[in-house]
Write a protein that binds this ligand. Sequence first.
Ligand SMILES: *[C@@H]1O[C@H](CO)[C@@H](O)[C@H](O)[C@H]1NC(C)=O
Ligand SMILES: *[C@@H]1O[C@H](CO)[C@@H](O)[C@H](O)[C@H]1NC(C)=O
Ligand SMILES: *[C@@H]1O[C@H](CO)[C@@H](O)[C@H](O)[C@H]1NC(C)=O
Ligand SMILES: *[C@@H]1O[C@H](CO)[C@@H](O)[C@H](O)[C@H]1NC(C)=O
Ligand SMILES: *[C@@H]1O[C@H](CO)[C@@H](O)[C@H](O)[C@H]1NC(C)=O
Length: 405
Amino acid sequence: MFLSIGLAIIIALLSLTSSQTCKLNKYDQCSSNSHCAWLQLGGDAEGGVCAYIGDSCFSNLVPCENDNVTCVQSNAICVKHSRCHKRSVCYSMKLADPIICPPLTTTPTISPSSNATDGLCTTATWQSEGQTVAGGNGHGVALNQLAHPTGIFIDPNDNDALLVADSSNNRVMKWDRNASNGQIILGDMKAGNRSDQLWYPQYLTMDKQSTLFVIDSNNHRVQRLAKGEKNAETIISNINARGIALDQEEQQSLYLTVMNNQGDQVVKYTKNGEFQQVIAGVRNGPALTQFRGSQQLYVDRDGSVFVADSSNSRVMKWSLNASVGEIVAGGTGVGINSNNIGSPASVFVDRLGSIYVVDTYNERIVRWLKGALTGTIIAGGPGLGSSAKLFEHPKDLAFDREGNL
Ligand SMILES: *[C@@H]1O[C@H](CO)[C@@H](O)[C@H](O)[C@H]1NC(C)=O
Ligand SMILES: *[C@@H]1O[C@H](CO)[C@@H](O)[C@H](O)[C@H]1NC(C)=O
Ligand SMILES: *[C@@H]1O[C@H](CO)[C@@H](O)[C@H](O)[C@H]1NC(C)=O
Ligand SMILES: *[C@@H]1O[C@H](CO)[C@@H](O)[C@H](O)[C@H]1NC(C)=O
Ligand SMILES: *[C@@H]1O[C@H](CO)[C@@H](O)[C@H](O)[C@H]1NC(C)=O
């Protein structure tokens, strides 16, 4: 039975994302394998990959497209390799596999957070043990407890306070950093449909004004709560919504994954709840135009929508105005291997296009670098449990401004 004990989330893996770490220079050592080196991305793009370069130049590398950024080959990334080639070249992601180039395991030095919004880089690694940052005191109703938490959000405009949809307690809680108790910001803990109540809230998000948007699932509505208010407004009713996200750039649109008469769809609304358009999804199924049991979603700066397509065991990307999606992680069936994702619940994409997935079935959080055909575990798994290294049915993920997960 898929019933979590509801102990808590937790999260909090210390990251190795200091600015020094991100700013590796070309050909810096980046791996315990001395045949691997840091290759910067082509063009002016930030970041790079730690890849196998061998002792001598490979003759079969083809130049990137004229923009010096794009590779048309699948599973390849455009990098500078000036020792061997004048132009940027397409490098197979297979040569950047952490199994070939294991990351250096130095002790992280955390530098003050930069104003970069995520600060994550392709060389970042996370500690293998997490710390409990909310709950962890058994399933319950006290302010230091949670009951089946689902969605989380870290508010960069409120000193990285953690918002938690405490689903079975019919409330949304806020935990300031290092706080041992949370505060209730919405819900009176009774399942109800008044404006100060919720009934099994699930995924949630927040805009830059710290206005909360939360899926009030059993009331089939989406609630909006302005900062400091006690009563929320219903902006969408009669809806079976699962995931919720704002566009990153203007924050004028709300994207929802919904299950309706047309099947599983991604639908766009204004922040006031006015319907705008269906973005993706035709009935439900395994085709590239379809989802099955879609969960949480993420919208990047380009307006591409990434969906945790749960029962299809994959993450889909729908580029702006696309009429068909592409598989960007998983899609190889349920399994425990590095190319599998099982029942993904949530997804996040960083500025460099790396995809972070809550691989619920495998009890792990995995990262798929842009273009990769396999992911690497950054937290949890294999197996489930309550130790600091493990998860039990993780549902969501979020990064703070320092890159902690
Ligand atoms: C791509 O790189 C080549 C060679 O380094 C350069 O001549 C060209 O201007 C670059 N193109 C763009 C669009 O940056
Ligand atoms: C950080 O902020 C400073 C000043 O506001 C700005 O000059 C700089 O470009 C910003 N850096 C990044 C990476 O956004
Ligand atoms: C949280 O606690 C850690 C260690 O106890 C401390 O270094 C950090 O400054 C605290 N953060 C805040 C926001 O209080
Ligand atoms: C709210 O709940 C009350 C009592 O359970 C019910 O009578 C009413 O129809 C509900 N209103 C809506 C809009 O669902
Ligand atoms: C997407 O569609 C909108 C409206 O139809 C259009 O204005 C915009 O240019 C399109 N963008 C791209 C990248 O195709």
